[in-house]
Design a binder for this molecule. Structure first.
Ligand code: SF4
Length: 215
């Protein structure tokens, strides 16, 4: 795989982060409260798969427990060809750049893309995430008519963000390839610690990099 949407948003926060993800994963520290938040987000997403009625979920695993991306992409293609109304975890790959769309809903004008976030409001990082997905789908020949965030504001809130994506889509056209190159660099990528270490999220390599700085 070149990069995933997670690599993409992490690489936008800091190029070194995405290089460390691949090359020094043992140095990553995910605080328990962050893991709990991630798990709650996954549960929120799972609870919404039937939001628009009948659906097919593509999620598949290999014998070793890892996601079977090839099988998920194949199932997605079969669903597109058969006109499945809603595909959950609709998987696509373009030159190894991979994404799985939370909900992809067929309409008369194309497909609506829905990204689920366990958050009450829209954040720029969510739009970066959607822009990456939209780029991959476009390159895979899927017409995306609209993009939505499904948020958790004490109730499920669906927000149309189609009109907010343009600058993020422009960014994706070049940054996807830059971040892919960074992730796969044989040479270690160094970035001075700074504001990006805590924004928009505290980096899981925070102690590692700041420890290096003290030495
Ligand atoms: S701690 Fe800071 S410099 Fe190090 S990888 Fe994370 S964001 Fe980048």
């Amino acid at each position: 795989m070149a990069i995933s949407k997670t690599d993409y948003v992490r690489g936008l926060q800091c190029p070194r982060m995405v290089w460390l993800d691949k090359n020094r994963p043992q140095e990553k520290v995910i605080p328990p409260e962050v893991q709990a938040r991630l798990d709650a987000g996954n549960d929120f997403g799972d609870s919404l798969m039937g939001l628009f009625g009948e659906y097919v979920e593509t999620t598949a695993f290999k014998e070793d427990g890892r996601l079977d991306y090839g099988k998920m992409i194949k199932t997605t293609q079969e669903c597109l060809e058969s006109g499945t109304p809603v595909i959950c975890e609709a998987a696509f790959s373009y030159y190894g750049n991979y994404c799985a769309v939370d909900l992809l809903r067929k309409t008369e004008k194309g497909y609506e893309l829905y990204e689920v976030k366990n958050s009450p409001s829209v954040k720029p990082v969510f739009l970066q995430d959607i822009a990456f997905q939209k780029y991959i789908l476009k390159k895979c020949g899927v017409k995306v008519s609209k993009c939505f965030l499904i948020l958790n504001d004490n109730e499920v809130k669906i927000q149309d963000v189609s009109g907010d994506l343009y600058p993020y889509e422009r960014e994706a056209y070049t940054k996807i390839w830059e971040i892919s190159k960074t992730k796969n660099s044989k040479d270690e990528i160094f970035v001075p610690v700074g504001e990006q270490c805590e924004s928009p999220y505290r980096c899981w390599f925070y102690e590692y990099c700041h420890g290096e700085k003290k030495e």
